[in-house]
Write a protein that binds this ligand. Structure first.
Ligand code: PLP
Length: 480
């Protein structure tokens, strides 16, 4: 069994084994003609259930053959141009190279003595990101597992910085289309169930700052403490960007922590054309960025950044065995002092290899391309009488609904759209997402693949219309 341990004596087997796996995946990617096979849970589960984990196959080729049956054949492939559903990007090859290196070396980024150069590389990428945001000379941050964890950590710091005698008085302000991790964080942070105050959005799905000002004033008058405003720079459904400069003004006026959730919109930090859309982000106290959404990085790759490095002390605990206090005086850089995690992947390496290979402009150009594609997609939808499209894109999502000419019952239209999404998924021809707008079911394209074309968009709209019409036709038959 020792032959499976990766070390000096097995380097050749490592090379062979990983190459075999990579060759399978490369062949798979080259042959994939649909984003999904349409497999159902019922069809796939028995194959996985039947595998006896206590009876190993003892051979890499056999394991990969089995993996083909239980995973690779039916996986959902984000690299396919007709995968248009969630905030998953196709990944760039330099990042995948970084991923292969980081898992083989297996550094852990909690302490210097488990990572050495890895720590310095992560720190340099944090500095690079804070400089792109414009957070100033005292800024810092740390890589996290994703936007949810970044938002949680930012709100933890905001809670600790808030001046209050009881957490019961703390309030967080976020728009009605902010990410649900804000509410989850409030719960995890022990805040009261009504701690998140929902602020309405305008017709472009941006936080209404007049309503925010009103709620902040109401909060103050009631003797409550405005702990944080969460501005979203790229909402999950609409890609809308809250008015950051106005929100920054209000935060300054009320002495409130400003957190910018740029999990999605952070791609604009590298944008060649559209960086101006997130102006005002530099005034934040903390920022969430998800490189695994708009920097074309594999999951996971995210960071939380703060204006004032000192605020990260709220996540600092010392353990004699790991990061004793004296190491701070000795200026030994232990990233665990800033993180909610202890053992932590060297995810930063993927971004490092990406930037060193392609440069930031290379990434920014790819993101600009999908933003431009969304504008073209919006034009197609707006000109198509079969569809209602909700809002002009700021980033790269489109929310729309099939509206058959002959049907007026909104519930029946809901059912037709729900059916179309499911039928499309089952066919595997394309994958789209869904959401609700003012209580009604809508469909969503999240465009993150520069390989997707306007022809793809038009073809998928035809497929959706076909499925919806089939549902309505069958529904008529059922009624008659
Ligand atoms: C605006 C926003 N914030 C936070 C998150 C959570 O990020 P993650 O899924 O990486 O935890 C998402 C995910 O879609 C998001 O869209």
């Amino acid at each position: 069994m020792r032959s499976h341990l990766l070390n000096d004596t097995t380097a050749e087997q490592y090379r062979r084994s990983v190459t075999e796996g990579i060759e399978r995946v490369a062949a798979k990617l080259a042959a994939t003609d649909r984003p999904f096979t349409g497999v159902t849970v019922d069809a796939l589960a028995p194959a996985i259930d039947a595998i006896d984990l206590d009876k190993p196959l003892l051979d890499t080729g056999a394991v990969l053959d089995e993996l083909e049956d239980v995973y690779l054949r039916d996986a959902v492939y984000f690299h396919h141009p007709r995968y248009l559903a969630h905030l998953n990007c196709p990944v760039v090859i330099p990042a995948v190279l970084g991923e292969a290196i980081l898992s083989a070396v297996n550094s852990s980024l909690d302490t210097w003595d488990q990572s050495a150069g890895g720590t310095l590389i992560e720190r340099k990428l944090i500095d690079w990101t804070t400089a792109r945001i414009g957070l100033g000379p005292a800024a810092d941050g740390v890589f996290t597992s994703g936007g949810t964890q970044s938002n949680l950590q930012a709100l933890l710091l905001a809670r600790e910085e808030a001046k209050t005698d009881t957490t019961a008085k703390l309030r967080i302000f976020a728009s009605e289309v902010s990410h649900f991790s804000v509410k989850k964080s409030a719960k995890l942070l022990g805040l009261s169930p009504d701690s998140v105050v929902t602020i309405p959005v305008d017709q472009n799905k941006r936080m209404q700052t007049v309503a925010l000002a009103h709620e902040l004033e109401r909060c103050k008058a009631a003797g409550l403490v405005p702990m944080a405003v969460v501005a979203t720079a790229g909402t999950t459904d609409f890609g809308s960007i809250d008015p950051l400069p106005e929100i920054a003004e209000l935060c300054a006026q009320y002495g409130t922590w400003m957190h910018v959730d740029a999990a999605y919109g952070c791609g604009l930090l590298a944008s060649v054309k559209y960086r101006g859309r997130i102006d005002g982000i530099e005034r934040a106290d903390s920022v969430t960025v998800d490189y695994h959404k708009s920097f074309f990085q594999p999951v996971s790759s995210s960071a939380v950044l703060v204006r004032d490095a000192a605020t990260l002390r709220h996540a600092t605990y010392h353990a004699e065995y790991l990061n004793p206090k004296r190491m701070v005086q000795e200026r030994i850089p232990n990233q665990v002092d800033k993180s909610l995690q202890t053992t932590r992947r060297f995810d930063a390496l993927k971004l490092w290899v990406t930037l060193r290979t392609m440069g930031a402009d290379g990434i920014g150009q790819l993101f600009d391309e999908v933003c431009d594609l969304a504008v073209e997609g919006w034009k197609i939808l707006a000109a198509d009488p079969r569809y209602d499209v909700v809002v002009e894109p700021t980033l790269s999502t489109l929310v729309f609904r099939y509206i058959p000419a002959a049907v007026t019952d909104p519930s029946e239209i809901d059912r037709a759209n729900l059916y179309a999404r499911k039928a499309l998924f089952a066919s595997g021809d394309a994958v789209v997402a869904g959401t609700k707008v003012q209580g009604r079911h809508y469909l969503k394209f999240t465009l993150l693949n520069p390989e997707t074309t306007t022809e793809d968009i038009a073809a998928v709209l035809d497929l959706i219309a076909g499925h919806a019409e089939q549902y309505l036709g069958e529904s008529l038959d059922r009624a008659s």
